[in-house]
Design a protein around this ligand. Structure first.
Ligand SMILES: *Cc1c(COP(=O)(O)O)cnc(C)c1O
Length: 439
């Protein structure tokens, strides 16, 4: 085997094929966006309504409400479910902050649950331990597109009479046992931010079959639709201004991109799935690396494979740090980084910050007990950072090219002993509050 590039050898990836990672821009998309611009329809909602209809149809859901981003969709969903003062939601500690911070402005709070070390999804065994009489909902994140264990989560939810919110921001087109993610919860939310697998600009959407949740979401942040969409009496009284004081309308250039992209997305993810599985099959044979994907034949899929990752076991490679491992891959021409989202409970916002000047940290301002003390047993969330790295996100199935990448991995793994002498170990601070800087 050739000499490692980091030690002066030749790169495994001689030339990057840009098409492998290219964004899905088409002529039709450009035209549709230009149409919005030329007709100056950025703040209208005609295309957005059309987009919502198609997105809801795709998921077989009754109602869809598009928002200016996924964070807003989550905010609306929480209000839709009547999460309020003193209410608790249970959320995995390893996720993007938007899965839980919007609950603060409603007077609610968050109790963190640990994740499973293989799926990186909320651990159902840990959910049950954290339920109190104040628990109202479980926030489920299909982390990096790996469908969460919905059977068990829905069981727990019905046993304790809790709502389920799916944060499907990583999971466009993912199947859980053959059924689309985002169709299991009382409400589900997606982000359409450019880095997501169904990226369309900035945008987000909420899906539900519950008319009241839908109308509450509209009353909260979509005043422009009140007169045409609000039918429930107690909401009707207050139409005309948004109850939350928020304005969450989606920009129609995003709707335009979304409408065009929806037409081809199924084909897109088929190709991505084929390319990623081909690559994962190749690297899975190597010691130290285990791609993050559901077992074959489980009926679960990773859809558009948002931020694909693999688990790393340094003990199988003589203790080689993930930092050194990733450096060696970068030298070969493969852009990879260690870590995923940091464990949220470690951020001072969740331990000490008094956002609204209540004289108390916001997380416990309406809590009869100090729920911060429950941030124990989150051991997987705290340690997973050093055991995960992202792998290339192939958008095209080009076996010859993909094999070059797999060869780079093989080269680094097989020569791991040569990397040990220069290994300075991992930095203390790992992972990131947001992952998008690297996409
Ligand atoms: C991206 C993301 C969001 C928020 O979406 P934005 O559109 O960026 O506001 C929410 N949850 C998760 C898990 C995300 O990754």
């Amino acid at each position: 085997m050739e000499k490692l590039a980091i030690l002066g050898g030749e790169k495994a990836i001689k030339e990057e094929d840009k098409e492998l990672f290219a964004p899905p821009v088409s002529k039709e998309m450009e035209e549709k966006v230009l149409e919005v611009l030329r007709e100056w329809k950025m703040s209208k909602i005609d295309l957005t309504l059309e987009f919502e209809k198609k997105f809801a149809e795709w998921h077989g859901m009754k109602y869809a409400l598009a928002c200016n981003n996924g964070t807003a969709a989550i905010h609306c969903a929480l209000f839709g479910l009547k999460i309020g003062k003193g209410d608790e939601i249970i959320c995995p500690s390893v996720t993007y902050w938007a899965s839980c911070i919007p609950v603060f402005s409603l007077g609610g709070t968050v109790v963190f649950a640990d994740i499973d070390p293989e799926t990186l999804n909320i651990n159902p065994d840990d959910i049950e331990k954290r339920i109190t009489e104040r628990t109202k909902a479980i926030m489920v994140v299909h982390y990096c597109g790996y469908p969460a264990d919905m059977d068990r989560i829905l069981n727990i939810a019905s046993k304790y009479n809790l709502k389920v919110i799916e944060d499907a921001s990583h999971a466009h087109g993912c199947l859980y046992k053959g059924k689309l993610c985002g169709t299991f919860g009382d409400v589900s939310c997606f982000s359409f931010m450019s880095g997501k697998s169904f990226g369309i600009g900035e945008g987000g959407i909420l899906l539900t079959n519950d008319r009241e949740v839908y109308e509450r979401a509209i009353i909260f942040g979509h005043y422009e639709r009140h007169s045409q969409s609000i039918t429930i009496d107690y909401l009707k009284r207050g139409i005309g201004v948004p109850w939350g004081g928020y304005k969450y309308r989606m920009h129609q250039m995003s709707s335009a991109v979304g409408l065009v992209r929806l037409k081809t997305f199924k084909e897109e993810i088929e190709e991505i799935d084929k390319a990623m599985n081909y690559f994962c099959d190749l690297i899975e044979k190597l010691p130290g690396i285990k791609p993050h994907r559901p077992p074959k034949g489980s009926g679960c899929t990773k859809g558009g494979w948002y931020n694909p990752i693999a688990l790393y076991s340094p003990e199988e490679l003589g203790g080689l740090s993930i930092t050194r491992f990733c450096e060696a891959l970068n030298a070969e021409g493969v852009r990879v980084f260690p870590g995923v989202n940091k464990a949220l409970h470690l951020h001072p916002l969740f331990s000490e910050i008094d956002v609204y000047n209540d004289g108390k940290p916001t997380r416990i301002r309406y809590s009869p007990e100090d729920i911060r003390k429950k941030d124990t047993g989150l051991t997987v969330s705290e340690s997973i950072q050093e055991r995960v790295f992202n792998i290339p996100w192939f958008k095209k199935y080009k076996p010859d090219k993909i094999r070059e990448y797999a060869y780079a991995f093989e080269k680094v793994v097989k020569n791991y002993k040569e990397l040990l002498p220069g290994d300075k170990g991992n930095p203390k601070d790992f992972g990131a509050w947001g992952l998008t800087f690297r996409i």
